[in-house]
Ligand binder design. Structure first.
Ligand code: B12
Length: 286
């Protein structure tokens, strides 16, 4: 670690011994630091990775500020099941200064659009798409080690409604909210609206998100579920986003705000902190 970040070995040992860097002792008495912990330390300190090749991953020294290059590497790593490599490169881009919304919108989401396109043309097997999805879920969970979690933050809950199996957007929203200081809780995909209503009652969130990638019924039936959520939310912001939100759906459902991507969500959260209750937007025909 000392060589990796250009610090002295005695400093690293001291940080371990004082608990600044969480570590464990091996039976032989060596201090052992988890890679995620190490990357989290670098992200929150003034240190940089001066010799990233020590991490032992392929192409560690590439320019991670070039989204297309990072996309290609993450695409290869995720579809071939190399989760550690995908995690390291995503972390290196994040540590290098790329914001979380930009990383999610401009690197990871295009990787999945490409996975979908290649699957559609038969260039990628279904199993590769499944592996990539599973790996991305793990990667998003592991990225939590690189952000500062506020255990006392306001509660946010969300997920997708029945008929919508898409989990990845909500995992992204959850991570983004955690990074913004919220105590975020992804309830799950494919949830009956009744279950979301129970969660609102039991968990008393201060924000609700609904991701909408696929609607398997009429817009009216979907809008009725959203109206129940809106009513139960009783003034709490309801943020809705996702690929299936075409203009007809938007016209018919109640939401505080519609977001097309993570950057818009981050902007919206910044507004909410100061004026949570002033963001309410009624459907256009009301
Ligand atoms: C993974 C995947 C699946 C997985 C999902 C697994 C899982 N556990 O999540 C499974 C296997 C379920 C699946 C199934 C199907 N899929 Co699919 N799938 C995909 C794929 C490859 C990635 C989707 C994804 O998660 N992307 C990453 C997310 C983060 O990107 P995103 O959805 O664009 O989200 C961004 C914004 O929309 C926004 N956002 C989204 N939600 C929210 C919420 C909030 C609050 C906010 C603020 C923002 C926000 O922010 C995100 C970041 O910018 C896409 C390809 C693609 N273009 O995305 C195809 C794709 C969507 N699938 C497709 C198809 C055809 C299907 C199936 C019909 C296949 C089949 N024959 O069974 C089924 C339909 C299932 C259903 N009921 O709808 C097509 C859809 C074509 C179309 N025109 O509708 C696509 C486009 C692939 C393709 N190129 O053909 N799929």
């Amino acid at each position: 670690m000392a060589q990796l970040i250009g610090a002295s070995e005695s400093s690293v040992k001291r940080w371990c011994d004082t608990g600044r860097i969480p570590s464990t002792l091996t039976p032989g008495g060596h201090r052992k630091i988890d890679v995620s912990t190490l990357l989290g330390f670098v992200k929150s300190s003034k240190y940089q990775l001066v010799q990233p090749e020590i991490l032992g991953i392929k192409n560690a020294s590439i320019d991670h500020s070039d989204s297309e290059v990072t996309q290609q590497i993450i695409f290869d790593a995720l579809t071939s099941g190399h989760i550690d490599e995908a995690f390291m490169h995503t972390s290196l881009a994040f540590i290098g200064g790329q914001s979380l919304p930009s990383l999610l919108d401009e690197v990871i989401t295009p990787v999945f659009a490409r996975i979908g396109d290649e699957w559609e043309c038969g260039e990628l097997h279904v199993y590769q798409e499944r592996i990539a999805c599973r790996n991305l879920s793990q990667l998003l969970l592991r990225l939590r080690a690189l952000i500062t979690i506020n255990p006392h933050g306001p509660m946010a809950i969300g997920g997708t409604l029945s008929g919508d199996p898409y989990e990845l957007p909500s995992l992204m929203v959850e991570l983004l909210l955690l990074d913004a200081g919220w105590k975020a809780n992804f309830l799950g995909a494919n949830l009956p609206s009744q279950s979301i209503l129970s969660a609102i009652e039991n968990l008393r969130p201060e924000l609700i998100w609904v991701s909408v990638s696929s609607i398997d019924r009429t817009v009216d039936a979907f809008a009725a579920d959203m109206a129940d959520i809106w009513e139960k939310a009783h003034g709490i912001p309801v943020i809705v986003g996702g690929r299936a939100l075409n203009s007809e759906v938007r016209r018919n459902i109640r939401a505080s705000v519609f977001c097309d991507n993570m950057q818009q969500m981050r902007d919206c959260l910044a507004t909410l902190n100061t004026s949570a209750r002033r963001l309410m937007i009624e459907p256009k025909d009301n």
